[in-house]
Design a binder for this molecule. Sequence first.
Ligand code: ATP
Length: 232
Amino acid sequence: MTGTNGTSMADHALDARDLYRFFRAGEEETLALRGVSLHVARGETVAVIGPSGSGKSTLLACLAGLDEPAGGTVHIAGERLSHRPESERARLRAQHIGVVTQSGNLVAHLSVRDNIRLARSAARGKSSQPMTELLERTGLAHRAHALPRQLSGGELARAGLAVALANDPDVLLADEPTGELDGSTERRILDLLRAHRDTSRGVLLVTHSRQALRIADRVISLDDGRILDDER
Ligand SMILES: Nc1ncnc2c1ncn2[C@@H]1O[C@H](COP(=O)(O)OP(=O)(O)OP(=O)(O)O)[C@@H](O)[C@H]1O
């Protein structure tokens, strides 16, 4: 299948077409996504911005296969992710996608090292990042045996990223990865995202941070479930 710019879907780390997602509560219906199409090329970083309630988290969940769009398709590294049973989405996610969520992606009773180990084993058979290198790159070598609740906010954010990078994902999806962090921790996180992009993988991040926006090759603005513009 060929995209609008002449490149095939397989050339893209991520390709989403015409995504729709509705939420129904009693009589009330919320149209969270109204026909969103976007792609992330290999070696590209795309930032998604938009006001509260514009659909950013819903979009990220659909792109990660954590949620199922009512309409439209999501392909990751040329493989269809949408409209598949949850078990298949989980398998594809473990092999091809890294997800950093605001609620945290760490298992509470496992150490940093064991959380990374779990993500690597879920990727079954796929080449993954060496443990020592991953711990060193995220500055967590000395905290490898700590539990998530024993980590500082900055360490927790880096541990979440280490887990998301453990399967060397084709696309990294990150929801406010630098949230409440101080300047130097934010720079460290952004350096890791940049390094991942530089290995010809894709990065998509939802962010309000100006510093984070600076590492983006393109910025997509979402408003009321629609893309306003696609610039830079
Ligand atoms: N599970 C749900 N049930 C009902 N409505 C929902 C649900 N999840 C999201 N919505 C609604 O869908 C719309 C988009 O929500 P979403 O969380 O994607 O926005 P957002 O841009 O991520 O917001 P924020 O920046 O505040 O996190 C909002 O109107 C929200 O109230």
